[in-house]
Design a protein around this ligand. Structure first.
Ligand SMILES: [Zn+2]
Length: 169
């Protein structure tokens, strides 16, 4: 069998046996979940929201796609989650440094105006350019989210830096 699949099976065995996690799972299975935060971010393997914020099972709902884009589907899911879980106090839209999706988007002119990119290229190095576009996309995403997120829920943008592990809100 493929070695990564074997690694997943071994990893799951260890997870299922972990006593602390076992207790949490039993509690969450019986009492249901009351997640306090919804985190929307990129699928990048270096961005692990639960680890980044030291969160445990049951604390966060996490939605990820390439770039952490706010698409129509994402908006539908956000509507569902905020309707379903009165426990949600905040929604975080988190971009990250060195995002491969925005590197690709810039190169292929997807979702980013070529004219805007040309202007930004004069101001930023290539790495800074991609980070800047990630931040711009967070700001754009927040505008879309604002329209559907109930006012009692805090909506915040954030940027996670892979090298330092620091999240800037
Ligand atoms: Zn990314």
């Amino acid at each position: 069998m493929n070695s990564i699949i074997q690694r997943l099976i071994r990893g799951n065995g260890a997870y299922a046996e972990d006593t602390v996690k076992k207790i949490s799972r039993h509690m969450l299975a019986e009492e249901g979940q009351e997640p306090k935060v919804l985190i929307i971010t990129c699928s990048d393997s270096r961005v692990i929201p639960e680890e980044v914020f030291s969160l445990s099972m049951g604390e966060a709902l996490v939605m990820r796609n390439a770039g952490g884009r706010i698409t129509e589907d994402v908006l539908e899911d956000v509507k569902f989650f905020t309707h379903e879980f009165a426990s949600i106090q905040a929604i975080i839209l988190m971009g990250h440094s060195q995002c491969g999706y925005y590197e690709y988007a810039v190169k292929n002119g997807i979702g980013v105006e070529p004219l805007v990119v040309e202007c930004l290229k004069k101001k930023f190095s290539e790495l800074e350019l991609v980070n800047h576009i990630s931040k711009m996309k967070v700001a754009e995403g927040l505008v879309k989210l604002e329209k559907i997120v109930p006012s009692n829920i805090k909506l915040r943008g954030a940027m996670y830096y892979i090298r330092t592990g620091i999240v800037e809100f």
